[in-house]
Design a protein around this ligand. Structure first.
Ligand code: HEC
Ligand code: HEC
Length: 337
């Protein structure tokens, strides 16, 4: 009787408001992808345009490296979606590092940091690449001395940090604040979410439905930045053993071979893909999810092969490509000598 009543209710709703139910569902799904309009800065490092300018100078300044030859952009190059187009980047030792450089897009919304989440804040994270002998091989005492030789840097730091001037902490704060301003630009997908029905193709719209439905992609690539900030083993072949998150969480069986879900923004500039750079193109990535997922004890229960047809695969790819922002030029800072 109660079921019968429910059926009548749904039926009469459909008669009175045709389309309401399906349109309502689509709208609430689309709402989950709405972009935030502001960057949230931590209370300990408030936004100021001057601090961002200084941070950007330091991001591009090779004097932060041991031999004055590497900067953050050596591996997080704005032209390649803040990555580099190699399997794994090459640092101070001139040999490839163990992992791919992740994109620095939308870092203000990402925590913890690194593929295995071993750093909590951008300030803490930046210590790693600067001082690691395989990356920039820098030494903070030497870096501070080098920067103090420049009258312009002295002036800049004194203005922003009147009491302390050029210090390791202030340098890290400036870089981190600049990083928080690196935000992926508006993509055709965002325009579509904002109500412009013509912004993406019908194929991309079908791809969005696959992404959230049969593809099960959205169970990990969630929200406007397409990440749950969690760690998963997605069943990639193991070419070189890298335990991933398991080093942080040795007792969690699902942490083995698990890496942080990356953002899917601006993918078309960011090949190769995955923590080991093992997949060369978006086609290879989608093929992995269709038939490459290896089941082992650590593989995420959220993942299994999704048998998509050729046209569904094309739709999913069209959707992924609609997440690339329209061209955003990044100006290079002029650095003091
Ligand atoms: C020689 C290459 C190289 C240089 C130079 C470099 N990085 Fe990285 N960066 C990497 C790699 C590789 C990783 C991933 C390492 C890991 O997860 O274990 C990474 C990770 C990161 C992350 C974490 C991103 C995330 O999704 O969690 C941030 C933030 C970052 N780097 C910022 C910087 C900054 C700031 C600088 C300059 C001070 C810098 N990097 C210099 C290679 C580099
Ligand atoms: C169980 C969670 C999960 C599911 C489900 C999932 N992904 Fe992923 N995705 C990840 C993780 C984690 C990585 C990084 C894995 C690694 O490097 O070891 C990743 C990597 C990627 C990358 C490469 C990004 C980069 O920066 O290298 C793309 C593209 C991608 N996924 C798209 C998809 C699509 C499309 C689907 C649905 C067919 C999907 N993902 C389903 C968690 C997931």
């Amino acid at each position: 009787m109660r079921n019968c009543f429910k059926l009548i209710l749904v039926f009469s709703l459909l008669v009175v408001f045709p389309g309401v139910i399906s349109a309502g569902d689509g709208t609430s799904l689309k709402r989950q992808y709405k972009r935030p309009l502001e960057i949230k800065f931590p209370r300990t490092a408030r936004y100021s345009p001057q601090l961002v300018t200084l941070g950007k100078m330091l991001f591009f300044d090779t004097r932060l490296s041991g031999k004055n030859n590497l900067n953050c952009a050596s591996c997080h190059n704005p032209s390649f979606g803040y990555e580099v187009p190699v399997k794994t980047p090459i640092g101070a030792t001139l040999t490839p590092l163990q992992r791919q450089a992740p994109s620095l897009l939308n870092m203000a919304w990402v925590s913890p940091l690194f593929w295995d989440g071993r750093a909590d804040t951008l300030e803490e994270q930046a210590v790693g690449p600067i001082s690691h002998p395989d990356e920039m091989d820098g030494n903070f005492n030497i870096i501070v001395k080098r920067l103090k030789r420049s009258a312009e840097y002295r002036k800049f730091f004194r203005y922003l940090f009147p009491k302390t001037g050029i210090t390791r902490e202030n340098l890290l704060k400036a870089i981190a604040t600049y990083e928080r301003t690196i935000v992926a630009g508006w993509a055709p997908f965002d325009k579509w979410i904002d109500g412009d029905d013509t912004a993406i193709s019908n194929s991309a719209k079908r791809g969005f439905v696959i992404f959230n439905g049969v593809g099960k992609c959205a169970s990990c690539h969630q929200g406007w930045n397409f990440t749950d900030n969690q760690f998963h083993d997605i069943g990639l072949p193991i070419k070189k053993v890298d335990l991933g998150r398991a080093v942080q969480e040795p007792d969690n069986p699902f942490a083995k071979y698990a890496f942080k879900t990356p953002t899917l923004r601006n993918l078309t500039h960011r090949a190769p893909f995955m923590h080991d750079g093992s997949l060369r193109s978006l086609e290879e990535v989608v093929d992995h999810y269709i038939h490459g997922v290896i089941k082992r004890s650590s593989t995420s229960p959220k993942i299994r092969n999704v048998p998509l047809t050729a046209s569904q695969k094309a739709d999913l790819l069209a959707f992924l490509k609609s997440l690339t922002a329209e061209r955003q030029d990044v100006s290079m800072p002029i650095l003091p000598n």
